[in-house]
Design a protein around this ligand. Structure first.
Ligand SMILES: Cc1ncc(COP(=O)(O)O)c(C=O)c1O
Length: 418
C-alpha cells in the first residue's frame, strides 16, 4: 500500500528535477568528462594534517569532536580572513564577524536564496549558469531571468537591460544578480576587469545584491582581474562566496564574506539547516590553509593546466570546426557548442556518447526549468530560452591519456552528425 503522505509531498517535489550532475555521477564510463570533480587531491598533505590533528585531539578532543558555533570556529575564520585580505585584496570591515563558514558553498547559495526570496522575486544570471544555483531559485519560489553571455561571460549591458525590463514588466527591481567571474561553471569564461566594475556599479546603482561565486578563484593558470568584492570596500553590495572543494579537498566547507545585514538571517537559516559545519573538518582546513595551500596549489595548477591544454588541442583537432569552444584559462571546464541549433546534446549523449563510453554534461542542464530571458540583443523580455546544442566538458578529473583518447572519440562521433 502507498502511504497517503507519499502522494501528497511538498509541491516542489513534482516540478524540480533531480540534479543532472548527480544523476550522471552514477553513470560508469571510461571517458569521464562529467562532474566538476577535483582530480588532483593532496593525499600526502592530508595525511600529515591528520597526524598533527591526532596530537590536537589529545589536548582538545572534547571540542574538536563536538558541535561548534553555527557561523564557524574563529581560528579557521582568522586564517581565511588573513588570506582573503592578502591574496584577494578585499576589505573585510568588521573582521571575523563578516565571515561565515558553511557546509559547502552550495549551502550558502541555497541559504542566500532562502533568506532573500519572496514569491516571484527576480534573480538575474547568465545563460547558461551553474545549475546548483539556477534550480534552487525556482524551488524557493523566485523567478529566474537569464541574460545572454559571450566568450567573456556575463554581459553587463544586458544585465542593465534585465533590470530595466524587470522594472517595466513586473514593477519590481530584481533581488540579486548571480555571477561566477573566474573560470565560470559551465562555460569556463573569465570576466574582464571592466565588466567586473560595471556589474558592481549596476548593483550599487539599483541597490541589488550581487552574489559573486568565486569557486574557481584559486584554480587559475595565469593572472586574472581582482574579485568584484574588491570594489565593495564597505561590504554592502557583494556576497563573496568561496569553497575549499576545488582548492583543498571536498570536505564540504565553504566560506563567505557577507554584508552585515545578511549575516544574522543567514546564521539563523544555517542553524536550522545543520546547526554547524563539522568542527573536525574546520580544524583540518585550518591547518591546510595556514601551512599547505600554496605548496599544494603550486602542484595542482600544473596538473590542471596540462589537462586543459590537452583538451583544447584535441577539440581543435577532432571536433567539428564550425562549432564554438570557449578558451578557459583556469577552472575545470570547456564549453563546446555545435553550430546547428537543432543538435540535442542530451539525446546525443544517451544514444551515442554513453554507448561509446564517453560522458559529458549536456548544456540544457544549465538552463532554468522555467522563468524569463532577455533576448540576445538585450531589447526585450521573453519566456524561458533553452539551448540544446552545448555541452560542458570537464578536464579536471581525467588523466591526459584518457582525455586524448576520449575527446578524439567524441570529436569523431560529433563529426558524423554534421
Ligand atoms: C560555480 C560553483 N559554485 C558552487 C559550487 C558548490 O561547491 P561546494 O558546495 O562543493 O562548495 C560548485 C561546485 O561544483 C560550483 O561549480
Amino acid at each position: 500500500m502507498v502511504p497517503p503522505y507519499y502522494d501528497n509531498l511538498a509541491e516542489w517535489t513534482n516540478f524540480v528535477p533531480e540534479s543532472e550532475i548527480r544523476r550522471l555521477l552514477l553513470t560508469q564510463v571510461k571517458y569521464y568528462f562529467g562532474g566538476g570533480k577535483p582530480g588532483s587531491l593532496p593525499i600526502e598533505t592530508f595525511k600529515k594534517i591528520m597526524y598533527q590533528l591526532a596530537d590536537e585531539l589529545d589536548e582538545d578532543g572534547i571540542n574538536i569532536l563536538n558541535y561548534g558555533p553555527t557561523s564557524g570556529i574563529s581560528s579557521l575564520k582568522k586564517v581565511l580572513f588573513d588570506r582573503m585580505k592578502r591574496v584577494d585584496g578585499i576589505n573585510i570591515p568588521n573582521g571575523l564577524d563578516d565571515i561565515l563558514i558553511s557546509t559547502g558553498s552550495q549551502q550558502m547559495l541555497y541559504g542566500l536564496l532562502d533568506i532573500l526570496l519572496r514569491p516571484h522575486d527576480i534573480v538575474i544570471m547568465a545563460r547558461p549558469s551553474y545549475l546548483g544555483f539556477v534550480v534552487p531559485v525556482t524551488k524557493l519560489g523566485g523567478d529566474v531571468l537569464t541574460v545572454p553571455s559571450d566568450m567573456d561571460g556575463l554581459i553587463p549591458e544586458h544585465v542593465e537591460s534585465a533590470v530595466t525590463l524587470s522594472e517595466k514588466k513586473f514593477n519590481r527591481t530584481p533581488k540579486a544578480i548571480y555571477v561566477v567571474p573566474d573560470s565560470d561553471n559551465p562555460k569556463g569564461t573569465t570576466l574582464p576587469e571592466k565588466r567586473r566594475k560595471q556589474l558592481y556599479e549596476i548593483a550599487v546603482q539599483h541597490e541589488i545584491l550581487l552574489i559573486e561565486d568565486a569557486a574557481y578563484r584559486e584554480i587559475q593558470f595565469s593572472k586574472i582581474p581582482p574579485p568584484i568584492k574588491q570594489y565593495d570596500k564597505e561590504n554592502e553590495w557583494v556576497a563573496y562566496l568561496r569553497t575549499s572543494s576545488k582548492e583543498a579537498a571536498v570536505l564540504r566547507l565553504g566560506y563567505s564574506v557577507l554584508p552585515p545585514q545578511m549575516m544574522d538571517p543567514m546564521i539563523k537559516d544555517k542553524g536550522y539547516l545543520d546547526l554547524c559545519t563539522p568542527t573536525l573538518n574546520q580544524k583540518i582546513l585550518e591547518i591546510y590553509y595556514s601551512r599547505f595551500i600554496d605548496e599544494v596549489l603550486g602542484y595542482n595548477l600544473k596538473v590542471y593546466e596540462e589537462r586543459c591544454d590537452i583538451m583544447r588541442k584535441v577539440i581543435d583537432e577532432y571536433f567539428p570546426t564550425n562549432g564554438m569552444r570557449t578558451n578557459p584559462t583556469g577552472g575545470f571546464f570547456f564549453w563546446y557548442q555545435m553550430k546547428s541549433e537543432a543538435f540535442d546534446s542530451a539525446k546525443f549523449m544517451e544514444e551515442v556518447a554513453i554507448p561509446n563510453d564517453v560522458l559529458y554534461v549536456p548544456g540544457q542542464a544549465f538552463y532554468p526549468i522555467k522563468g524569463y530571458s532577455v533576448s540576445s540583443d538585450g531589447s526585450k523580455m521573453q519566456g524561458n530560452r533553452i539551448k540544446t546544442n552545448g555541452m560542458r566538458l570537464s578536464f579536471s578529473f581525467t588523466t591526459p591519456d584518457i582525455i586524448t583518447e576520449g575527446m578524439e572519440r567524441l570529436g569523431k562521433l560529433l563529426q558524423k552528425t554534421v
